[in-house]
Design a protein around this ligand. Structure first.
Ligand SMILES: Nc1ncnc2c1ncn2[C@@H]1O[C@H](COP(=O)(O)OP(=O)(O)OP(=O)(O)O)[C@@H](O)[C@H]1O
Ligand SMILES: [Mg+2]
Length: 441
């Protein structure tokens, strides 16, 4: 992408309304634009990151055996009356009437709808286990939308729903999502810690929140420090094998969010030097809630004994749009964002230090087409800005590699690569630079 033909509205000033660094940087780097309280438009750079995050989430969902669907944002109130949640949900739910005066709502979550889909088609335990997921916009009329996309009113969530014949199978489904979450967040460069959590309006017996530690986090959390350095299950993990040992290794160490924290137990179970009390961001949550929805909504299946039972369910959310903010909270410096490679909007910022100079333009154009041909995403700064401004923009928007090309270097047959994380610089020939950027060596 040539910057001269792109839309990258970076801001020079720090926006006064933004209280935390990720919100400030998202506005300054031109990722988002606020359209109403807690409601954002995603600008070109922002949507690229959002899509990368969503891509990783979907890969890991698929790997764990979940199946993608897409449910609508608007839902019929009828469904929610069946589960009893239409009245319970309160003011957070955006209620809408259509022209026929029928009650609709903008979905804050999808347990009811997915249960309705399930009961329409599935009759037998032989069709289980089943896990269906989608990534869709949600609306919750939060009392205090704040911190940009961290606590929006409209936000993008991946939500998965599992269906099983009995509690033991449901537990295995829960473990699959638990392990998939560990992998998902690690792939985005985040250290996530699963912590015992309250089940809230979703309801149920068993739940973990996946927390990323950050001073600006909204949750107070308590855990054993060893949880910070646990190995991440590999790509070759057998999701239909025994995951209990992976889950148990974590759940036997103390980790709890404020709502379920037990100070006496914390002190009893965790040696003083291993106690961590910190702020954290909830990037995902997994719930097992049994028959809370299937019983009232009559989502039943016949078991091997021919008897009908309500299906055992769980739900599993990831805050896809919140993650953009969470990653920036974890990955930035004074100059701007430092995207982990896996979610970066582009891999390379190609910086032409003297646009208009024939030799420099030619060298940049050649690098640009070679990198494009190799499938590398390049943002090519071919504008007339001063070098200083180009460097500042590249640092601000956080692209992992800067490929700097100017007349002085070229006369010695060299270009420069700067790694955004850490700032290491290296001079090399243009060919070597292409190799380095393509192969990462
Ligand atoms: N208002 C919001 N803005 C952005 N992301 C959100 C918001 N509410 C929830 N999420 C994300 O969606 C995920 C799944 O939703 P869940 O129902 O667990 O949210 P929640 O527990 O109500 O969130 P919170 O406690 O932060 O209000 C959360 O883990 C979080 O990452
Ligand atoms: Mg939650």
């Amino acid at each position: 992408m040539r910057l001269s033909r792109y839309f990258l509205p970076v801001l020079k000033e720090t926006p006064a309304e933004a209280q935390i660094v990720s919100h400030r940087l998202m506005l300054r780097a031109g990722l988002i634009r606020q359209e109403a309280a807690g409601i954002y438009a995603w600008l070109p750079l922002g949507i690229r990151v959002l899509n990368k995050i969503k891509g990783i989430v979907h890969e890991e969902m698929n790997r764990a055996g979940a199946i993608e669907i897409l449910m609508p944002t608007l839902q019929s109130a009828e469904l929610w009356r069946e589960s009893g949640r239409y009245d319970d949900y309160g003011k957070e739910m955006l209620r809408i009437k259509d022209r026929h005066d029928r009650d609709l709502l903008y979905g804050p979550t999808n347990e009811e709808m997915v249960t309705e889909i399930f009961r329409a088609y599935v009759r037998s335990y032989k069709q289980l286990p089943l896990n269906m997921y989608h990534t869709q916009w949600k609306f919750r009329d939060e009392v205090r939308p704040r911190f940009g996309v961290m606590r929006g009113r409209e936000f993008l969530m991946k939500d998965a729903y599992s269906f099983d014949i009995d509690a033991a199978a449901a537990r295995r489904a829960y473990n699959r999502m638990y392990v998939a979450y560990l992998r998902t967040f690690a792939r985005m460069g985040l250290k996530s810690i699963p912590m015992r959590a309250e089940t809230g309006p979703i309801g149920g017996d068993l739940s973990h929140e996946f927390i990323v530690l950050a001073e600006t986090g909204e949750s107070q959390v308590y855990c054993h420090k060893d949880l910070l350095d646990m190995p991440i299950p590999g790509e070759d993990t057998d999701f239909y094998g025994d995951l209990e040992s992976i889950v148990r290794a974590r759940t036997e160490l103390y980790a709890a969010t404020e709502d379920v924290h037990d100070a006496a137990r914390f002190e009893r179970e965790v040696p003083a030097e291993k106690r961590l009390s910190a702020r954290g961001i909830e990037v995902g949550q997994v719930f097992y809630f049994g028959t809370k929805y299937s019983a009232p909504m009559k989502a039943v299946v016949t078991g091997p004994d021919g008897k009908e039972v309500p299906v055992e369910m769980g739900s599993y959310g990831i805050g896809v749009s919140r993650l953009v903010g969470a990653i920036i909270e974890a990955c930035h410096d004074d100059a701007g964002i430092i995207w982990p490679e896996s979610v970066a909007p582009f891999r390379v910022a190609l910086i032409n230090l003297k646009s208009g100079d024939a030799e420099t333009d030619q060298a940049c154009d050649a690098l640009y087409s070679q990198l494009n041909a190799a499938g590398i995403e390049v943002l090519y700064d071919d504008t007339d800005e001063r070098p200083g401004a180009k460097f500042a923009t590249a640092d601000l928007i956080g692209i992992p590699y800067q490929l700097v090309v100017g007349p002085r270097g070229l006369s010695a047959g060299k270009v420069e690569i700067k790694v955004r994380a850490g700032g290491a610089r290296q001079e090399m020939s243009p060919d070597a630079a292409v190799k380095y950027l393509v192969q990462g060596i």
